[in-house]
Each structure stands twice: as structure tokens, then as C-alpha cells.
Design a protein around this ligand. Structure first.
Ligand SMILES: [Fe+2]
Length: 512
């Protein structure tokens, strides 16, 4: 833990340690990229120095404990002082409990028992909480300005930005090969603005009306995806800009209501698997893209790629898609044609991005060459296709299919991590997935080391195994008022294991 000047905050690279205000308020999390605009926000909020928590031996909760309290001599105690720790006599008898404001009786008791100093909570003036409010306000202003494009630098590498397909240009595998040559497979993250914005806006508690609005929003998106797909299936023209608009709408909500939207992707699907799956891959893919530090434009493009990645499945025989048993090798060969079929369907989209064509054709490729249709190796697969393939597998595993049941999210993550070890998925992209959903993804039921049963409701970005949980059961007893706990703040209690606990969608929504 170090007190550092603003000039000593590293710029332009992911922070190796979190930065705190002297009140213990987290200003910048580990991994955030600080630029001059953010330093200016600190200056405008009269913050001249900050704490860098660069010693991993000190946990954030210990640090907060240290900075939020002060030692005061008993003689100097006043009625405004609140004890932050219980005080015991030499014989172990409780003299004053913690959280108690000091009155004359308590003071006399402490003096009689020869207590010299006690720990009291600092007041808001001492903690300089005005600076924290000013920081939050100024940060919001900056984010608003950036969202309006006023200062958004749009640093995306031109070669990575999608070019739209010219009208009438045939889209086929040879078109994809040509497009691949004109773009780099590796996408350079261009800005951490979105990830910073998402971290700051992460909500844990959602009001009833917000939950209803978001559930309706998700349903509307599913319907819009269905309409889009039926146009494609029936060879009716679709405007590429319309797909972009749909993606833009999703991105806006992902940025502000990430946790709730991710939980909606975990709900049992009522309609056709493909509509929900395409939408979910778009949502999960955007989350990964944001965590990777992609720009607004790149995230929106990932959203489009997610929506369109599996359109080829629309024309795969329903008896194969809905088959309960194992597919024969002939049926499997039919399924493996869906990327090529998908390319043909994209022909119906006027002004479709070249990137969406490349991603659709590459997203079943695997880094070790075991994928299809071309058995490409990691270096030749476009980063966007790698993002969509991780999102695709994650969502597919979490949902039931005719031939298998749904995996619990923890198992889905485990499966992906195993495949990553085999070189199938890109480590940095799987890490980004973990940042968004955690090792125990949102919606997971978990058993804690203190025997309580909880549900994961928010990830903690860099602390994959320490999400925010809502405790529902303590041992056998169901709590009347479920308790929200941030495992990053609570020392001692950790997650012991993920548990398989079936619950209806209605009950799931009540958990927020
Ligand atoms: Fe697919």
C-alpha cells in the first residue's frame, strides 16, 4: 500500500494494482487503463494523491479498515464518535460494543477500566467524501461526453474495421478467403473506455420495474431476431444497417445492465433455440469484447457477428437439428455445412460487413486445427471469430439441446478451460469471458465454506472466484431477507463448490 501522487499513476497500460481514494473508495480497478482524461477527473475532484494497493499481502478490506478508522485517546472522545471495534476489559468482559456512539456512561466505563485509546470511525469530512462524490460526478460527465463522441478518439486500426460487401458481390468461401487476406486476424484493442464505463455502472440491485423492462426488452430482441431470420430464410432483403441498429440497442443495455442481461441469457428458452442462442451469443460476445478493451465500433460489430453467426442452421434439416440421439456421421456432415449455407444467406443482407462473413465461416474453427470447415490454426483465425466461438460454446453448453441437458454454468466454464488447455480457444479471450461471467458465472448456485447456499449475481472482474453473491440459505434455514455479500470484501468465506440447483425462471428473476 503506497500513497502516490497523480503524476506517478501509470498511463496507457492496464493497472497492475487497484487505486483507492484515501477513504477506501475504489477509484480504478486493476486492469483499467488510465489516460490523461481520467487524471484530469481526479484533479477536478480535488484529489491530489491516491493509494496504490500494490502489496498483495494487504487485502482491500484490511486496507479499508485501516483508512476508515483512527485511534483516539479516551479522554478526547466526544458524543459524535462511533466505536469501530468492541472494547474489552483486561478480564475479557465486553465494555462497549462496536458501532456504539460514545456517551458519558461509556466514557466513564472506559476510563475506570484504564483503557487509553480506542478505534473510532472517521467522519465524512475526515474521509473527504466530498472528493469521492465529485469524482463520481466528473467521471459520469466524462463518460457522457465520450459516449456522445466528443472525445472518443476512435483509435481502431483501419485494417480491422469491417468493410461492407458491395451490392451483388457473391458471398462464398472464396470471397471469405479474399476478405481474410485484406484484414489482419489479430485485432488490436483500441480503448478501455467501454470496460471502465461498464465496471463503473455495474449494478447489483435491480428494481421491479427495471427487471420487467429488461425482460420485455430481451423478449423484443428475440422477436426482432426471429423476424430478421425469417426474412433471411425466405430470401427477402434485409438492410445491413438494421442489423447494426439491433446490435447498437443490445450494446447500450449491456453497458448499463450487464449482470441482468447475462442472467436473462441463462433463462430456459421458450421459443426456437436458434433465435435465443443468436441473441445470447451476441450479448456474451459483446461482454467479452468490452473486457478485451475493444472500441464501441468493434463491440457493435461483434454484436452483429453474434446475431448472424449461426444463420446457416436455419436451412439444416429440422429432423437433424431436433434429433434426440447421437448424429450419424452423415448427419454430422450435414451440420458441418451450415457455415457455407450461412454465407449464402448473408447474400440477402444489403451492406453486410465482410467481417460478419469471415466470422460466420470461421467460428467453428479451433486453435489446434480440430475445427471445421477448413481446420485453420490459431494464428489464422480472426480474433472476432475466436470471441464468437467462445460465446457460442458457453451459451450452447448452458442451455439444453435435444440430445443433452443443460450444463450448470460452472461446468460450462470448466469445459471451456479444458479445451483452452488443449489449444482450442485463445487464452486471452477465455480470460475475458471469465472477467465478465466469473469462474462461477452469474446465476450459479454455490455452496460457501460456511455452509450457506448462495446465488452468484455479479462477477468481480479480476477476482474470478470471488463474485458478489446473494445468500439464501444458512445451513437448512432459508433466510427471510437474503443477504448480498461481495466476496472480495469478506475475508474468510469463500466458495466451496458450484451446485446443481434447478429453479424456475420466475424464481431466478426474484433473486435480483
Ligand atoms: Fe454455428
Amino acid at each position: 500500500m503506497r500513497l502516490i501522487k497523480l503524476s506517478d499513476i501509470p498511463r496507457g497500460e492496464p493497472l497492475r494494482w487497484p487505486i483507492y481514494h484515501e477513504s477506501g473508495h475504489l477509484l480504478f480497478a486493476r486492469g483499467e487503463i488510465i489516460d490523461e482524461d481520467l487524471i484530469q477527473v481526479l484533479r477536478e475532484s480535488s484529489i491530489r494523491q491516491v493509494f496504490a494497493l500494490d502489496n498483495y499481502k494487504i487485502k482491500p478490506e484490511r486496507f479499508r479498515e485501516q483508512v476508515r478508522h483512527k485511534q483516539v485517546s479516551v479522554i478526547g472522545l466526544s458524543a459524535r464518535d462511533m466505536l469501530s471495534q468492541p472494547v474489552f476489559s483486561n478480564s475479557g468482559q465486553l465494555l462497549v460494543p462496536s458501532g456504539q456512539y460514545i456517551n458519558d456512561d461509556y466514557k466513564t466505563t472506559l476510563i475506570r477500566n484504564n483503557i487509553q485509546n480506542v478505534a473510532v470511525k472517521k467522519n465524512s469530512r475526515e474521509l473527504k467524501l466530498k472528493q469521492v462524490s465529485a469524482f463520481n460526478r466528473n467521471l459520469r460527465l466524462l463518460q457522457k461526453k465520450q459516449a456522445n463522441g466528443e472525445t472518443f478518439e476512435g483509435k481502431a486500426d483501419e485494417s480491422d474495421i469491417a468493410k461492407t460487401v458491395k451490392p451483388g458481390e457473391p458471398i462464398s468461401d472464396s470471397f471469405v478467403e479474399k476478405a481474410e487476406k485484406s484484414m489482419q486476424a489479430h485485432v488490436r484493442p483500441s480503448s478501455m473506455t467501454l470496460v471502465n464505463l461498464m465496471r463503473k455502472q455495474m449494478k447489483v440491485v435491480f428494481s421491479e420495474s427495471e427487471k420487467q423492462r429488461l425482460s420485455k426488452f430481451y423478449q423484443t430482441l428475440t422477436n426482432e431476431t426471429e423476424v430478421l431470420f425469417s426474412h433471411l430464410r425466405n430470401n427477402q432483403g434485409v438492410q445491413g444497417a438494421k442489423v447494426g441498429e439491433l446490435s447498437q440497442k443490445i450494446m447500450k443495455e449491456v453497458l448499463t445492465n450487464q449482470n441482468f442481461l447475462l442472467s436473462l441469457t441463462r433463462m430456459k428458452q421458450r421459443g426456437d433455440f436458434l433465435f435465443n442462442h443468436s441473441l445470447n451469443v451476441s450479448i456474451v460476445g459483446m461482454n467479452i469484447a468490452i473486457a478485451l478493451g475493444y472500441s464501441e465500433k468493434q463491440v457493435r460489430e461483434i454484436g452483429v457477428c453474434g446475431l448472424l453467426h449461426d444463420v446457416g442452421m436455419l436451412l439444416v434439416k429440422p429432423e437433424i437439428v431436433g434429433k434426440k440421439g447421437k448424429l450419424t456421421s452423415q448427419e454430422m456432415a450435414g451440420v458441418k455445412k451450415h457455415p457455407a449455407i450461412g454465407l449464402k444467406l448473408l447474400q440477402n443482407i444489403e451492406g453486410v460487413d465482410q467481417l460478419a462473413c469471415v466470422v460466420l465461416f470461421q467460428e467453428h474453427e479451433r486453435g489446434d486445427g480440430s475445427g471445421y470447415p477448413r481446420g485453420l490454426k490459431m494464428a489464422d483465425i480472426h480474433d472476432f471469430a475466436k470471441v464468437i466461438s467462445v460465446a457460442d460454446v458457453f451459451d450452447a453448453l448452458c442451455n439444453s439441446r435435444p440430445h443433452r441437458g443443460a450444463q450448470i454454468p460452472y461446468k460450462a466454464v470448466e469445459t471451456i478451460l479444458r479445451a483452452t488447455k488443449l489449444g482450442q480457444f485463445d487464452k486471452k479471450i477465455v480470460t475475458a469471458l471469465l472477467k465478465c461471467v466469473g469462474l462461477f458465472p452469474i446465476g450459479s448456485w454455490v455452496q460457501m465454506t460456511d455452509a450457506s447456499i448462495a446465488r452468484v449475481i455479479q462477477s468481480n472482474f479480476d477476482n474470478f472466484d470471488k463474485p458478489v453473491v446473494k445468500i439464501f440459505f444458512r445451513g437448512e434455514k432459508r433466510l427471510d431477507e437474503p443477504e448480498i455479500i461481495d466476496l472480495c470484501d469478506k475475508s474468510g468465506v469463500t466458495i466451496e463448490k458450484a451446485i446443481d440447483f434447478n429453479q424456475s425462471d420466475e424464481e431466478l428473476l426474484k433473486l435480483f
